[in-house]
Design a protein around this ligand. Structure first.
Ligand code: BG6
Ligand code: MG
Length: 218
C-alpha cells in the first residue's frame, strides 16, 4: 500500500472525555430512575447525543414526550460542558502526542472523525485543534456511527480511498462504522469489547514503532 492516512475518534482515544459523558448520563439516569451500568455505557460510546438518550430510555423502558427529551438533551450538554471548560493538555491520553509526532515525521496525514458536536471546542481546550488536517464531527454528518458516513468523509478529506485509511476507535459503534467503511480498524481499549477490530491495543502507548511501516509495506 503506497499511501495511508489515519482517522482518529476523539472521545476515549485522544482525550478521556468518555468518563465525563458517563458521569453526566449516569446522573441523568438517576433522576429518571433508570439503572445505568458501565456495561450499558458501552452502548452509548460513539453514538450521537440524540441516539444516546434513546438507548438510555430503552434501557429503562421509559417513554417521554418530545419536548422533555429536548430539555434532557440540553441539560446533558450543559452539564458536560461544565467538565469540558476545565480541560487542558493534561487530559490528552497517554501516547497521543508521541503518535501524532510519529505520523508527522512519516508524512502520514490524519483527520478527526468524531460523533461529538463539541469536538472543535475540546481539541481547542487541549491545544490539539491545529494538528488535524480536517475535523469531521457531529456537526458535519447526517448519519451517526455505526453508519460509516463520518469516516468516509474523513477519507475524502485525506484524498484517500477508504481501504487506505486506518481508524482508531474506542467504541463498538465506531469499529462497526470503520469496518462498514472498508477501512482498517484499530480498537483502543478492552479487546473483548472491541473484538470486531482488525487490531487491538489497550491504549495508544502500545502501538509498536513499526505499525505503520508494516501496513505501508503490505
Ligand atoms: C461520541 C461519544 O464521541 O460523541 C458519545 O463517544 C457522545 O458518548 C457523542 O454521545 C456525541 O457527543 P456530544 O459532545 O455531541 O454530545
Ligand atoms: Mg470514542
Amino acid at each position: 500500500m503506497n499511501k495511508i492516512g489515519v482517522v482518529f475518534d476523539l472521545d476515549g482515544v485522544i482525550v478521556d472525555t468518555a468518563k465525563y459523558h458517563f458521569l453526566v448520563w449516569k446522573n441523568l439516569a438517576n433522576t429518571l430512575n433508570i439503572e445505568f451500568t458501565e456495561a450499558h455505557n458501552e452502548l452509548l460510546k460513539g453514538v450521537s447525543r440524540v441516539r444516546s438518550l434513546e438507548i438510555l430510555l430503552n434501557i429503562g423502558n421509559v417513554t417521554l414526550p418530545e419536548d422533555t427529551k429536548q430539555d434532557i438533551l440540553i441539560k446533558k450538554n450543559e452539564d458536560y460542558l461544565e467538565y469540558i471548560k476545565e480541560m487542558n493538555a493534561d487530559e490528552i491520553l497517554p501516547g497521543v502526542n508521541k503518535l501524532l509526532n510519529e505520523l508527522d515525521n512519516k508524512n502520514i496525514e490524519y483527520v478527526l472523525g468524531s460523533a461529538s458536536k463539541n469536538a472543535p471546542l475540546i481539541l481547542k481546550q487541549v491545544g490539539l485543534l491545529h494538528r488535524f488536517k480536517a475535523i469531521v464531527d457531529g456537526n458535519s454528518v447526517s448519519k451517526a456511527k455505526p453508519d460509516p458516513e463520518v469516516f468516509l468523509i474523513g477519507a475524502e478529506k485525506l484524498n484517500l480511498k477508504p481501504e487506505c485509511c486506518i481508524v482508531f476507535e474506542d467504541a463498538i459503534a465506531g469499529i462497526e462504522a470503520a469496518n462498514a467503511a472498508n477501512m482498517m480498524s484499530v480498537g483502543v481499549g478492552d479487546e473483548e469489547t472491541l473484538s470486531e477490530a482488525n487490531f487491538n491495543f489497550n491504549n495508544l502507548t502500545e502501538i509498536p514503532t513499526h505499525f505503520f511501516d508494516e501496513i505501508i509495506s503490505e
